[in-house]
Every structure is written in C-alpha cells, then in structure tokens.
Design a protein around this ligand. Sequence first.
Ligand code: HEM
Length: 209
Amino acid sequence: MTFPINLQFEALSGITQMGIYSPIFYSFLFLHVVSFIIAFGSVIFIDTCGLLWILKKVKMSFVNSVADIGTKLIWTGLSGLVISGTVLILFKGYIDQLTAIKLFFVALVALNGINLHFIKKSSAHITDTDEMPALIRFRITVASTISQISWWGAVTIGFVHRHIQHNIPYPTNPWLWMVGILITISTIAILGEVILRKSPAPNASYTKI
Ligand code: HEM
C-alpha cells in the first residue's frame, strides 16, 4: 500500500531523469555532507561544553561564549543541509515515508534552535556565581535531548537511504510517529513547567518565558 505522503514529482521529471548517479547529484551530496559536518560538529562541541558545565569543570560564561559562535555555525550548516537536501530530493523525485520522518526531525531541530535562543535570552543575567534555577536547568535539558534525538534521527535516516535503500516506504503511517513524538515531548515539557514553576526560584535574576 502506498501512503499518500510518498510524493512523486512528475512535473519535475527533467531533473528527476538526470538521476541519483549524476555528477550534479553527487556534488550536492558533497555539499550536504559538508553542511552536516559544520552544523553537527558545532552541536556536539556546544553540548560537550554544556556537559562540562554540569560537571562543574567550566563556567557558564565560557559555555555562553562558545554557544554564541557555535549557533551561527549551526544555522549556516542547517541552511546548507536544507538547500542541498531540497535539490537531492528533486533529483530523487519522491519523498518516501522515512524521509517524511527525517524532514520532521529537521523541522524539530530548527524549532528547537529558536526555543534555545529564548532560553538563552531568559538566562542572560545569570552570572557564574549565581545558582541556575531548576526551571532553566530543566528547559536546557529538554532542549538538548530534543536536539540530540533529532540530529541522530536525521543522520541515521539519511545514511540508511544513501547506503542501504533509496526508497523506504516504512513506517506505514509516519504521521502517527510524528504525532506520538510531539505528544511525548509536550507532555514532558508541560509536566516539568507545571511542577517547577511552583517551586521558588533561588534568586530573581532570570525572567520566566
Ligand atoms: C538535520 C538535517 C539533516 C541531516 C543530519 C542529514 C543527513 C544526511 C546524511 C548523513 C545523508 C547521507 C550522506 C551520505 O552518506 O553520502 C543524507 C542524504 C540525503 N539527504 Fe539529508 N540530512 C539533513 C537534512 C536534509 C533535508 C532538509 C533534506 C531534504 C529537503 C535532505 C535530503 C536528503 C537526500 C535526498 C539524501 C540522499 C538520499 C538517497 O541517496 O537516497 N536531508 N542526509
């Protein structure tokens, strides 16, 4: 059974007929991989600095400085991934179910990036000597987890498509997975917000968003 999401691009058959083995396809695949290295390399580096801060090995101000530079690299890499990925999809000529889930992860990465921007803004006044409020700590943990799951999900699906099978019409209903993931994330986020907003903040040097 073909799920309606398995979109075919009949109107673009000119590009599609050039195929996934043409030099142009490989050039964009190269751009895709380079963009991935720039973006995900920065994500790993920032998250590692965050982990070192949790272990009290570095100061928050250091993590913030690293994140300021790293965020620009992440958005640059992500833009490259979306631009090159769109051309790759046009060459393939269809979006199968697993690619739909990959695009969902890409959307999550982008939305989560905006979310992280606001979290960072709301904690801008916290100095190295202040205690980080539990609510901000919770938001950072949730956002970092979403980031890691989405990046690893997208890269795994990209790898499987490239090296195992180009057209993967599974799972039968990708919308169910997407809604399931969204419900899980929302439930955890809402529960955390409700519980932690009730507990008093250790100091007043942050703004609730
Ligand atoms: C978080 C963002 C993304 C990541 C981490 C990612 C990762 C990857 C990886 C690792 C590959 C395999 C490269 C190789 O081994 O040569 C790949 C291939 C591919 N990606 Fe992405 N990608 C991302 C975003 C996108 C987007 C936004 C699109 C489409 C709009 C896209 C479309 C494709 C296509 C069509 C292929 C080739 C699949 C095939 O050969 O059947 N990717 N991606």
